[in-house]
Design a protein. Structure first.
Length: 258
């Protein structure tokens, strides 16, 4: 059993925690100019999720992870879990789809073999931004995961299920938008990933407005950035948006037009 956390990995985990908190604090004063707020909002989410992936890759390269033994890698993943601002579940998956998690502290009675990202991980690919509803907790989550490779083959995978309500909460806290404005993000299919109003998360655009909004959003999302005016439940809205290259999501800040 591993009785210590290697110094290098411990230092990286500490750096992740410090850097994440520092990046969050930088956004506090960026609350007046909508374009600045949008960049801060998008950057906050991107930095958090890509920072998770970078840390996963470091852990995946360790002897503990490459042993494909839960008891060996468990201390590293527990430390990582404590440093995450979004209180996410971290899991360690074996090639048959069975997995362990920091939430249960051991083997979970579920299997990930039928998840869309399963075969990508076994093919040696990273996963960044897949949306799932957890079978074990029911939480709406964003998946960030990386394979663990030993002698040229995938022996395991490390994943983090980031709760989108908590990620939205981080945005709410650190971008400090005025009361008459709100943020949201859509995936490439028009599904709401993040939103100031938690009840709208994981719904389609048409579920929070009328059906015509689907086509309107799909048209505007052919661009990487821009301004979009639309009507939502009788209210005239104006928004600005940017596409995230690493996530493929579209980030919006909207405000009612007077």
């Amino acid at each position: 059993m591993v009785k210590y956390i290697p110094f290098l990995v411990s230092a990286i985990l500490t750096l992740y925690s410090f850097t994440a908190q520092a990046d969050l604090k930088k956004t506090v004063s960026l609350k007046l100019d909508p374009k600045v707020a949008l960049c801060a909002y998008r950057g906050l989410v991107e930095n958090h999720l890509t920072g998770v992936l970078r840390t996963e890759r470091v852990i995946a390269s360790t002897t503990e992870a490459r042993s494909a033994r839960w008891e060996a890698v468990k201390p590293l993943l527990q430390r990582f879990s404590k440093d995450l601002a979004t209180d996410a579940t971290i899991w360690f998956m074996l090639p048959d789809g069975s997995y362990y998690s920091t939430e249960t502290g051991g083997l979970v009675g579920q299997n990930l073999k039928d998840r869309p990202y399963f075969h990508r991980l076994l093919a040696g690919q990273d996963v960044l931004g897949d949306l799932v509803v957890s079978r074990s907790t029911g939480h709406r989550s964003v998946i960030v995961a990386t394979p663990v490779i030993e002698n040229g083959r995938v022996v395991a995978a490390i994943g983090v299920s980031v709760r989108v309500t908590l990620l939205s909460g981080l945005v709410e806290t650190y971008t400090q938008l005025p009361d008459n404005a709100y943020f949201y993000a859509l995936d490439s299919d028009g599904k709401i990933v993040l939103h100031r109003f938690a009840g709208r998360i994981f719904k389609s655009v048409s579920e929070v407005g009328d059906e015509s909004l689907d086509d309107q959003f799909k048209t505007v999302m052919n661009k990487d950035h821009g301004v979009f005016n639309y009507t939502l439940n009788g209210r005239k809205m104006t928004s600005i948006f940017q596409k995230s290259a690493p996530l493929g999501w579209f980030f919006f800040i909207a405000q009612e037009r007077k």
